[in-house]
Ligand binder design. Structure first.
Ligand code: THU
Length: 133
């Protein structure tokens, strides 16, 4: 469970990060903030590209930053957009790799919490490493 302070902090970090989003094509800026079990917060933004499919989502940037620094256990991720848009399927799959219990907070750019679900809720029947055995 997250405390209200943790919830607010994550949303605020995602709002701040969102300012660095590189989204000249869609103009849809996304900020993310990922809380690890060690208490660190990794932020992320969407990074678009003139070759559109190369674009990377904010959530995955945050996850990859954390993984690249040795963090593998995640408590929660906040995702902030102007309208409280939902995380895409690819980001759900990447989050699922590291635990179905990670909380996903979706908020708008005013900091209003739109939804709070686990990754498992957002990706029922997730394909995981268990399926490979
Ligand atoms: N985007 C994200 O950053 N996260 C998502 O979960 C959904 C979509 C970005 C990708 C692209 O830069 C823009 O939002 C519009 O799709």
């Amino acid at each position: 469970m997250l405390t209200d302070d943790q919830r607010q902090k994550l949303i605020q970090v995602a709002i701040q990060a969102r300012k660095w989003a590189y989204a000249p094509y869609s103009n849809y800026k996304v900020g993310a903030a990922l809380l690890t079990s060690s208490g660190k917060i990794y932020d992320g933004v969407n990074v678009e590209n003139a070759a559109y499919p190369v674009t990377m989502c904010a959530e995955r940037v945050a996850v990859f930053k954390a993984i690249s620094e040795g963090e593998k256990k995640f408590e929660a991720i906040a995702v902030v957009t102007t309208n409280g848009g939902a995380p895409c399927g690819s980001c759900r799959q990447v989050l699922a790799e590291f635990g179905l219990n990670t909380l996903v907070l979706v908020a708008d750019s005013d900091g209003n919490l739109i939804s709070e679900d686990t990754v498992g809720d957002l990706l029922p029947g997730a394909f995981t490493s268990n399926d490979l055995t």
